[in-house]
Design a protein around this ligand. Structure first.
Ligand code: AMP
Ligand code: MG
Length: 418
């Protein structure tokens, strides 16, 4: 597999900032090469594989933006209202008018093609009909008003969608407007997911008194699916070097990425590091981020491995900063940097300099109408309730040491993270 610069996973040195880590990933992980063609109805969430140049202008023909009356610019009433006899009726999708006679107006409806010669449309609300049945148009309307010229949205030939775009409903709509029924997209990347730890039991299975149910694996698989991955659920690996090594080696060749959670701290019972080292290479990326812990980056038979910490909140936050950019790069998507939205803090907070911190917070509307962020009252990295009962993460940059109520801070909504 040639998706990686050899040194991408070899930055085990001193503490790295989050931006350095993301920069390393986006610069050195290359996209998979395989494409597939999918029907338009299945294109949402996929990564576009080729640029799309507009095969026709949008709108395809000049048409009326309102229900009303079309006339030639040369006939526009200047100083006083003027009555015009009717020359035709043009419905959306109906026959194209042969051409409007000078000194006449045509009844026209929204989306109907402009009759040749006519350049302006009066809204029906602005006109009246006299006793003779003529249409009385007021003076002062701007030439070209209420008309949508062909190509005003997108001219023919314009590169309207770029390769690497992760398709959202609006992109699918544009492809449909071009008449495309199938799109070339990158194949989904295949990700193998393991949890590690003797203390874990799978939901639905018996749980010993000293065990807890594995929640991270389901969180990570759900996040990966939202990023468009095909996920292999490989269950729980025991805290034992050889069985970990066997499990990991088995999936290496058939996946684009291996993701594990737990077992990557430096405790005696953290065996992922030793297991990966016995069958591939591994370094621990020490990122200046809280919540977080070292993240293991490895390669087994050419397949990259990312080992996330076991604490659920640390797992979530490091997924967002390490796995998300890796997955997007492997999948051929262009980077989608996270842009925190400024909101007012409704809390006080102290933090260490030179470390990025993420505070779980809910949004509410303050007295002056602006949004303010309320910090979750507790901070433990194991508290799933802190993710469930909040709306997103407040990003506190490396140089911040304290937050005061009323201060602007950056908010990342959970909805935008995946
Ligand atoms: P570790 O990173 O293996 O040292 O685990 C750190 C903490 O996270 C321990 O309290 C683990 O029990 C917990 N943990 C590890 N893996 C999971 C998991 N898959 N789901 C929920 N909690 C976990
Ligand atoms: Mg463990």
């Amino acid at each position: 597999m040639a998706q990686l610069s050899d040194d991408c996973f070899a930055f085990g040195g001193p503490m790295m900032s989050v931006d350095e880590a993301v920069g390393l990933i986006t610069a050195r992980v290359n996209a998979i090469a395989d494409l597939e063609t999918v029907p338009l109805v299945d294109a949402d969430g996929r990564v576009l594989a080729r640029d799309i140049a507009a095969p026709l202008p949008l709108p395809p023909f000049t048409n009326s933006a309102v229900d009303g009356y079309a006339i030639r610019n040369a006939d526009l009433p200047q100083e006083v209202e003027q009555a015009f006899p009717l020359d035709g009726r043009i419905q959306a999708g109906g026959l194209v008018h042969a051409g409007i006679k000078p000194g006449h107006t045509a009844r026209i409806f929204t989306g109907a093609p402009m009759p040749p010669g006519a350049e302006t449309v009066f809204m029906q609300e602005d006109v009246r009909i006299d006793e003779a049945g003529n249409i009385v148009l007021p003076p002062g309307l701007k030439p070209g008003a209420n008309v949508r010229p062909a190509g005003e949205d997108i001219p023919e030939g314009h590169i309207a969608l770029r390769a690497g775009q992760r398709l959202r409903p609006q992109h699918v709509a544009l492809a449909a407007a071009f008449g495309l029924s199938r799109l070339d997209v990158m194949r989904r990347i295949r990700v193998a997911v393991f949890s590690t730890g003797d203390e874990l039991a799978s939901p639905g299975e018996p749980r010993a008194a000293s065990q807890l149910f594995d929640s991270n694996r389901f969180m990570l698989m759900a996040m990966l699916r939202r990023l468009g991955c095909e996920v292999s659920d490989l269950g729980i690996l025991r805290d034992e070097r050889n069985s970990l090594a066997d499990g990991l080696k088995q999936v290496a060749g058939s996946h684009d990425l291996i993701l594990t959670t737990g077992g990557v701290s430096t405790g005696e019972e953290d065996h992922v590091k030793a297991a990966v080292e016995s069958i591939g290479s591994l370094v621990l990326w020490r990122m200046a981020i809280k919540p977080g812990r070292p993240v293991a980056m490895g390669i087994i038979d050419g397949t990259p491995l990312i080992g996330l910490p076991g604490n659920p909140v640390a797992s979530f936050v490091t997924f967002v900063h390490v796995v998300r950019p890796t997955v997007l790069a492997l999948a051929g998507s262009r980077p989608e940097p996270l842009l925190p939205i400024p909101v007012r803090a409704a809390f006080t907070y102290k933090k260490k300099i030179a470390r990025r911190e993420y505070v779980r917070a809910s949004l509410r509307r303050g007295e002056d109408g602006t949004l303010e962020a309320v910090k979750f009252p507790r901070e433990g990295a194991g508290l799933l309730s802190s993710l469930v009962e909040t709306d997103g993460l407040i990003e506190l940059g490396e140089d911040i040491t304290r937050v005061q109520p009323g201060q602007y801070v950056g908010f990342l909504s959970y909805a935008d993270l995946i």
